[in-house]
Structure formats: structure tokens, C-alpha cells
Ligand binder design. Structure first.
Ligand code: CP3
Length: 349
């Protein structure tokens, strides 16, 4: 597709375990409501209209890149576009978040899903946005593609939105284990195709978001998370062969499974802020890159405090095999100048 040459490959070097001149940094949800330019555009368009319009998704993806000295961009979209592609309605309600008005209630409901979708066609708007953005980035920084992980998507499909306990989704695991596996497998097969097509469209790195890891434990991991997360990575890499790109797995609240995750093919493990970096490094060994994990709330501190917290974090991770990030997405009421303080502090380390 003749993309412009890449001028900043720090994050790719860190992913491969190579030396870097300075620590690469990006931030989950870096394109979002804390930015006035995002809020302005968002006041004119519905959330999923932005996702579905490559020109708009591209514009929003580039907003944080134009403002800050970041080392990666992440395509603007949402993990729930896969749920929509399966035929379910997903609405983004102001101050509520995603709502699925007609969630899966019992195993028979699985028959409602469009299981044999043509991913290239149903999610073509994401691939178009990626290709356009890769051109517009003009090689400034790499472009990250992403997907939700099977368990996290299953939660939304059954809960119908966010939940404090995930008790409806977990009920399936205990009451309908075989049907749960069927659903997780349907999602896995789509996610694999989706990630492969993102790379074909121009994504230079991939992140799998397991935002709801915290509701499970190591036994449930072995049955309902691990096998699917593992096969996503190995299948994507096998199918892309020489064109494969570094893959990140981010599991929020998933400290009980870091060891198992490190045995999969992922190049990078993203950590939330509850895990001590020194402990995490001991658990995963030296052949994997770690990403994270500043508490998103630390950005409510003063720029001086942020600088200190970043220094402390970097001293624990060290400069080797490390990508700086928050331990979860940036919150909408953070002062954009405080994110700048974080980014600059990382680069000064
Ligand atoms: O990181 C980026 O800048 C890329 C864009 C991105 C969004 N969502 C945009 C978004 C990414 C990578 C996501 C992933 C996502 N979406 C996750 C995994 C990461 C995480 O936070 O755990 C999850 C769980 C979702 C589902 C989702 N989408 C929720 C729970 C919400 C509501 C919470 C919130 O922050 O509002 C969304 C909405 C959403 N996704 C917004 C944005 C910018 C805000 C919606 C709006 O503008 O009204």
C-alpha cells in the first residue's frame, strides 16, 4: 500500500527487546473526552458515527498526536464494534456508557447471532480508517490496532452494559459452561480475522483489551480465558507469518494470571496500576516487554507530583523492554496539560 516510511520506531524496538534512545510512551484512550477538540467533534456526531466514518475516526486518532510528543497512535474505534457486527444493537448513552438493549439471556439466544459474517465487509470501515490514518500519520509514529478479548465481549453481550459484579455473565460460566465456550469460540474466530485484517490494512502493532479480567480467577482463566487469548495470538501470528506485528495483551485486574499470560506468544503484557512492576518482572522473566502502569488518577496530582511518580515508576520498570502507559484509560476530567507532564517526564528519564 506504499505507506510513508516510519520515522519513530521506539515502541517497536521496545517490543522486540532492542535498545531505545528514550522510553516510548502512549496512553490508553488517548483520543477521548479529556481533549476539548474531541468534545467539540463529538458534540456534532454520535459516537458510533465517528467510528464508522473513516475520515472522522482518522481525525480523532490524530488529535493527541498533533498535541503531544507521543510514540504511538491507536486507531479510534471501540471494542463493541464486534458485538454490532454479530447483529446486536449497541448504543453509547451519555454519562452511562455502552448499552445493549437486548442482551443474550439464555443459550438459545446464541442462534440470534450472525455467526458467519464477512469480517472484511462488516467491519470494513475500521480497516478503511486504519489505512487512511496510516497515510495521514506520514510515518510520524506507529499505528496500533486493537480488539476486545472474548471474555470481556461476552460480558457486554450478556450483561447488556457495564456491571459491578458480572454476575449474569459469570452465571453462564457455571450454569452453561459448554454454551459459554461456544460463544467464546465464536468471538475468538471473529477477533482473529478482525486483527489480521487490521494488520493488512496498515496496523503496526495490536492490543487485545481484556478489561474484565478481574472478575475471574486462575481456575476460570484456565477454562474460559487462557485458551482463547492464547489461540488469538498464535493464530494471528501464524496466519500473518512474516507480516506479523508485535502483540500486546492488557488484562485489567488479571494479576492472578500474569504467569500464564507470559507463556503465550504475546510480545508485551500491559499491566494495570495495582501490580508492582518489580513483582511483575520477577513473574514474567526477561523475555517479554512490559507496558504500564501509572494510576490514571495520579494525573489529578500537580505536574511536579506527576513527574516524581513517573520517575519512581520508570525506576521500577527500568528502560529495558518497557513501554510507558497508564494502568487503564485516561479519565475524561483530566487536565490535558497533566498528560503532557506525564509524557515529558517519561522522555526525560
Ligand atoms: O484508546 C483510544 O484512544 C482508542 C479508542 C478507544 C475507545 N474505546 C474510545 C471510546 C478504545 C481503545 C476503546 C476500548 C474500549 N471500549 C474498552 C477497553 C478499554 C477499557 O477502557 O477498559 C472498553 C471496555 C470499551 C467499552 C466502552 N466504550 C465503555 C465502557 C465506554 C464508556 C466509558 C467511557 O469512557 O465513556 C465506552 C465509550 C468510549 N469509547 C468513549 C471513547 C472515546 C467515550 C464515549 C463518548 O464519547 O461518549
Amino acid at each position: 500500500m506504499n505507506f510513508p516510511a516510519l520515522k519513530n520506531d521506539r515502541i517497536l524496538r521496545a517490543a522486540r527487546g532492542e535498545e531505545v534512545d528514550r522510553i516510548p510512551v502512549w496512553v490508553m484512550r488517548q483520543a477521548g473526552r479529556y481533549l476539548p477538540e474531541f468534545r467539540e467533534l463529538r458534540s456534532r456526531y454520535d459516537f458510533f458515527t465517528i467510528c464508522r466514518t473513516p475520515e472522522l475516526a482518522c481525525e480523532v486518532t490524530l488529535q493527541p498526536i498533533q498535541r503531544y510528543d507521543l510514540d504511538a497512535s491507536i486507531i479510534f474505534s471501540d471494542i463493541l464494534v464486534i458485538v454490532q457486527a454479530l447483529g446486536m444493537i449497541v448504543e453509547m448513552q451519555p454519562s452511562v456508557g455502552p448499552v445493549i438493549p437486548d442482551p443474550l439471556k439464555e443459550p438459545l439466544d446464541l442462534d440470534r447471532l450472525n455467526q458467519s459474517i464477512d469480517v472484511k465487509q462488516e467491519l470494513g470501515y475500521v480497516f478503511e480508517a486504519i489505512t487512511l490514518t496510516r497515510h495521514r500519520l506520514n510515518g510520524q509514529v506507529p499505528l496500533i490496532g486493537f480488539s476486545g478479548a472474548p471474555w470481556t465481549l461476552m460480558c457486554y453481550m450478556i450483561e447488556g452494559g457495564g456491571s459491578k459484579t458480572m454476575s449474569k455473565a459469570k452465571k453462564w460460566l457455571y450454569k452453561y459452561p459448554e454454551e459459554s465456550k461456544r460463544l467464546l469460540q465464536i468471538l475468538t474466530d471473529i477477533i482473529v480475522k478482525y486483527l489480521i485484517e487490521q494488520v493488512n490494512a496498515g496496523a503496526q502493532m495490536l492490543q487485545v483489551f481484556e478489561s474484565n479480567a478481574e472478575y475471574l480467577n486462575s481456575e476460570l482463566f484456565d477454562r474460559f480465558r487462557g485458551p482463547y487469548l492464547s489461540s488469538i495470538c498464535s493464530r494471528v501470528k501464524n496466519e500473518l507469518k512474516d507480516n506479523s506485528v508485535p502483540m500486546i495483551v492488557f488484562a485489567k485486574g488479571g494479576h492472578y494470571a500474569i504467569k500464564q499470560l507470559s507463556t503465550f506468544d504475546y510480545d508485551i503484557i500491559g499491566l494495570d496500576w495495582t501490580i508492582d512492576p518489580v513483582e511483575a518482572r520477577k513473574i514474567v522473566g526477561n523475555n517479554i516487554t512490559l507496558q504500564g502502569n501509572l494510576d490514571p488518577c495520579s494525573l489529578y496530582g500537580t505536574p511536579e507530583q506527576i513527574k516524581k511518580m513517573v520517575k519512581n515508576m520508570v525506576s521500577k520498570f527500568t528502560k529495558h523492554r518497557y513501554i510507558a502507559n497508564l494502568g487503564h484509560g485516561i479519565y475524561p476530567d483530566v487536565d490535558p496539560e497533566h498528560l503532557r507532564a506525564m509524557i515529558d517526564a517519561v522522555h526525560e528519564c
